[in-house]
Design a protein around this ligand. Sequence first.
Ligand code: PEP
Length: 251
Amino acid sequence: MRRPMVAGNWKMHGTCDSVADLVEDLANQVFPSGVDVAVFPTSLHLGFVVECLEDLPVSVGAQNCAHEAGPGALTGEISPAQLVDAGCKLVLVGHSERRQIMGESNELLVRKFAAAQASGLTPVLCIGETLEQRDAGKTLEVVGQQLDSVIEELGIGAFVNAVIAYEPVWAIGTGLTASPQQAQEVHAAIRAQLAKENSEVAQGVRLLYGGSVKAANAAELFGMPDIDGGLIGGASLNADEFGAIVRAAGN
Ligand code: PEP
């Protein structure tokens, strides 16, 4: 039985004041004990959020990390080891905004994934297709390649301590959500691809869905057999909405 997880990606949002308000509001939420909860603030706010959430069952993760464990001469980057030192447990790897806007390739992301694991972080590997790719019938091919890039370099064992987030690019921040059936189809394909290498690992790994998840659609998505929770962007900036999504994963 996989333990559900709901994670909030705060992206490039928040000021010192608004982040303080958000963590205070999170502290007032009732989170079911059967769900792992995590938030991903900007790097600037990580230390503060770790400190504020110390007594809550909420893990803190980073949105990105360097492709080397560090320390080293890599101006502007933050090493996975520094993230661990700051109290992080997880890191997003390959969010579509970094793939699309920052041009991060599968090759670079494999290095980030490996560096994160080597430092003791759990990588949350984000994969997903664009609308053009979906319309061209290439969804499973694209997602399969993104997954394969990690399996080929690091082996299936890399997914023993990792989370995968399927996030169709066309559904991120657009208000469009994949239907539960569309999401389940891709999640089942991801699990089948992993199972070809090792069925135990495939059965154990958590597959989150991301893309305009809200309290109103969470329960239906999380009710699908291969959807083990969600990676939540916009809706995670509202503690009440995020709390309701977490509770939907606990039902
Ligand atoms: C995301 O950024 O990972 C995401 C899923 O965003 P949203 O929920 O806003 O679509």
